[in-house]
Design a protein around this ligand. Structure first.
Ligand SMILES: Cc1ncc(CN)c(N)n1
Length: 224
């Protein structure tokens, strides 16, 4: 981790301060049911179709983060963000393959309301007034919720059905964890240089993502 900033470790503090909310997002009954082996496969298929649409929107969001990054003078973060963006190409192919396997019709699927709400939030980052710090914070926590949620599904003692292990590995792998940690280091470094108001805006974005992630899992479980 970069040792230059006095305010290093802000993200860890947020995670501790907002532990309850963080756990609602990362230990949601939907993902816990995957780990327990009791997952409703209708809900899993719904999640798959909805998440495919989300990821298509996420590509544009990550591109907007990259653009903000490139406009910064000292932009060593660019390669990590670009790597994340490039990997979404694979991810979209993976969704198409899984959809075929599970009989999910991606073309005929429409976004449910929680997905639409989340996608609108992502689209709002097109605004050049939204800072790189807020954008990279948002990017980091979006990826981290999936990393933490799915890593739990393959941790010791899991009863995840074998046909879902690939899904859990996708986001629960050590490589994906490492990538999330790289993003977290960028966020902590950015936050260390910012005013209290700027840090507050980033914290609000962090909390908003947690809320939207809970909404996304709820939607997957119950079609709300
Ligand atoms: C809703 C949601 N949140 C996060 C991720 C991880 N990129 C995702 N695919 N979908």
């Amino acid at each position: 981790m970069d040792s230059g900033g006095a305010d290093e470790g802000t993200t860890a503090r947020w995670m501790a301060t907002h532990r309850g909310m963080y756990e609602r997002a990362t230990r949601h009954p939907f993902t816990v049911s995957i780990r327990d082996g009791t997952v409703d496969l209708v809900a899993f298929r719904r999640w798959l179709g909805q998440d495919y649409m989300f990821v298509r929107e996420f590509v544009a969001f990550v591109a907007s983060v990259l653009l903000k990054c490139c406009k910064q003078s000292d932009s060593t973060d660019m390669e990590i963000i670009l790597g994340g963006l490039a990997s979404l190409s694979d991810e979209l192919s993976w969704f198409k393959k899984e959809a075929a396997k599970w009989g999910v019709d991606l073309v005929g699927t429409s976004p449910l309301s929680s997905n639409t709400e989340y996608c609108r939030f992502l689209q709002s980052f097109d605004d050049p007034e939204i800072s790189y710090t807020v954008a990279i914070t948002t990017f980091w926590i979006i990826e981290t919720v999936y990393q933490d949620s799915f890593a739990f599904c393959i941790e010791e003692g899991h009863r995840t059905p074998s046909e879902l292990l690939g899904t859990c590995q996708r986001w629960g792998s050590a490589d994906f964890k490492q990538y999330c940690q790289s993003l977290q280091q960028i966020v902590d470094r950015c936050l260390a240089n910012r005013t209290p108001d700027a840090v507050k805006s980033a914290e609000e974005a962090f909390l908003r993502v947690l809320e939207l992630e809970v909404g996304f899992w709820d939607m997957s479980s119950s079609q709300s």
